[in-house]
Design a protein around this ligand. Structure first.
Ligand SMILES: *Cc1c(COP(=O)(O)O)cnc(C)c1O
Length: 240
């Protein structure tokens, strides 16, 4: 019952359900508007800082893929929710001393930006798990961000990652500088799509562009996103 949730859960279930269906409606509308197939875009629910009980409820409303920025927090939630068939995506900056935890818990990692980290993830991927799906994070327009490799350095890094047995290279992720201008929102997403097209001769199986968040998912879908990462518009504002 809603009034028995720990206060920390901060949301009543009907609000969560409404948020999820609204985000789903926005994604489907953006797919239609850009002539893409219904269901071409997957929703990754970004649950960072939110309690595992809220993730459990979101699963009850049909979501199964969740994104986290901190390795320890992801591991704790994955353990608390081990009874559910969830898919965990690590989307935050990667510290070298956290790669073992990330390699054990994650199904996907979106934030690879150097070979050293990719090598460690490959070596530390448990033998009994499928290769870890990885995306290389590209620094497109975001001059403030220290994360992500520049588009020019990407091909060499991709070729090297492609050789690592514990990883399965799938594509790119980007976090552009925030703007409310639609045309400006589209530009970095278009760059990412072009980068993938340029690499399609040498790496033809790349199939994933992770781009678009609460404020710019429509622009990302129109430029070819396969995964949108939505936190605020599903779980509400983050206070910590
Ligand atoms: C927090 C975060 C998101 C979600 O952002 P919202 O604006 O809350 O939807 C998406 N991607 C990454 C990498 C994040 O760190």
């Amino acid at each position: 019952m809603a009034n028995q949730l720990p206060y920390d859960a901060t949301m009543i279930p009907t609000e969560l359900e409404r948020n999820i269906s609204e985000v789903d409606r926005r994604i489907r509308a953006a797919e239609r508007a850009s002539g893409r197939a219904t269901g071409a875009v997957s929703l990754l629910a970004v649950s960072k800082t939110k309690p595992s009980e809220l993730v459990r409820q979101a699963h009850g409303f049909g979501l199964s893929a969740f994104g986290e920025n901190y390795a320890q927090e992801m591991a704790e939630k994955a353990a608390a929710l081990a009874d559910l068939p969830l898919c965990w995506h690590f989307i935050g900056p990667i510290q070298s001393n956290k790669t073992a935890l990330i390699a054990e818990v994650s199904d996907w990692v979106h934030s690879i930006d150097r070979l050293k980290v990719a090598r460690r993830l490959s070596e530390q991927r448990p033998d009994d798990r499928a290769p870890l799906n990885v995306l290389v994070q590209i620094n497109t327009s975001n001059e403030d961000s220290k994360s992500g490799v520049g588009p020019d350095a990407a091909p060499e890094l991709m070729e090297a990652i492609n050789e690592l047995p514990g990883l399965r290279l799938r594509g790119f992720m980007t976090i552009p500088a925030a703007t409310t201008n639609q045309a400006e929102q589209r530009e970095p997403f278009r760059q990412l799509k072009e980068l993938m097209a340029r690499l399609s001769d040498s790496l033809p199986y790349l199939d994933t562009l992770s781009m678009g968040m609460s404020g710019d998912l429509e622009a990302a879908v129109s430029e070819g996103a396969n995964i949108v990462r939505v936190g605020t518009d599903i779980f509400g504002a983050r206070y910590n």
